[in-house]
Design a protein around this ligand. Structure first.
Ligand code: PRP
Length: 208
């Protein structure tokens, strides 16, 4: 498997992901778990965030410190990517959020774009594409295509579950995009669902 793939080994991620998969987990708990997993996975995905030096006044004097030197853009892929936004915004309150609307055509499994309000010029230095599921990879490849056409330079994918097929497709199309996920599952089934997976993330999140 490609070295672009980073599968979390954090015990909290494993624990929460197991609860997320559970067929008996209700919508409210499902959304909470997605929010918590997003926060944990974002912590891991931002390990190479660029810093600049700064100073800070403490009650005891002045200390040398650091502050983020890059503006981060969250790019949730509608709908299910929305669930990953809140947790990350808690961790990084100054992020920009740029939504991309894509749905997967149920027959062809190809992504169809229905929402994109990106401004003419890029306004962020790092984009985090948020989508809980990397299945065939069609949606994430299309989203990264859009961001590259926009002019984004540094792009990462952050998701909860990936299938090997999706990782292969995204890393082949965009070998400069690191992939951060909670787990790499076995395979896709014949209707493009990740197995063993967690079902349809959008439906479980929004009760549809
Ligand atoms: C699901 C999922 C991803 C996409 C992954 O979205 O949330 O966006 O499929 O599949 P891919 O890697 O094969 O492209 P869906 O089309 O069901 O839309 P939704 O999020 O609105 O439910």
């Amino acid at each position: 498997m490609t070295d672009l793939l980073h599968v979390s080994s954090h015990p909290l991620v494993k624990h929460k992901l197991t609860m997320l998969r559970d067929i008996n987990t209700d919508h409210r708990r499902f959304r909470e778990l997605v929010r918590e997993l997003a926060l944990l996975l974002c912590y891991e995905a931002t390990q190479d965030l660029h810093l600049r030096p700064t100073t800070v006044n403490t009650p005891m004097g002045q200390a040398q410190g650091s502050e983020a030197d890059e503006v981060i853009g969250l790019v949730p892929v509608l709908r299910a990517g929305l669930g990953l936004v809140d947790g990350i915004q808690e961790l990084l309150p100054s992020v920009q959020v740029w939504h991309i609307g894509l749905y997967r055509d149920e027959q062809t499994l190809r992504p169809v774009q229905y929402y994109n309000k990106l401004p003419d010029e890029p306004t962020v230095q790092v984009c985090l594409v948020l989508d809980p599921m990397l299945a065939t990879g069609g949606s994430s490849v299309a989203t990264v295509d859009i961001l590259k056409r926009w002019g984004a330079r540094r792009i990462k994918f952050l998701g909860i579950l990936a299938a090997p097929e999706g990782v292969a497709a995204l890393s082949a199309a965009h070998p400069d995009v690191p992939i951060h996920v909670g787990e790499l599952d076995e395979r896709l089934n014949d209707i493009g669902f990740i197995v063993p997976g967690l079902g349809d993330a959008g439906d479980r999140m929004f009760g549809t």
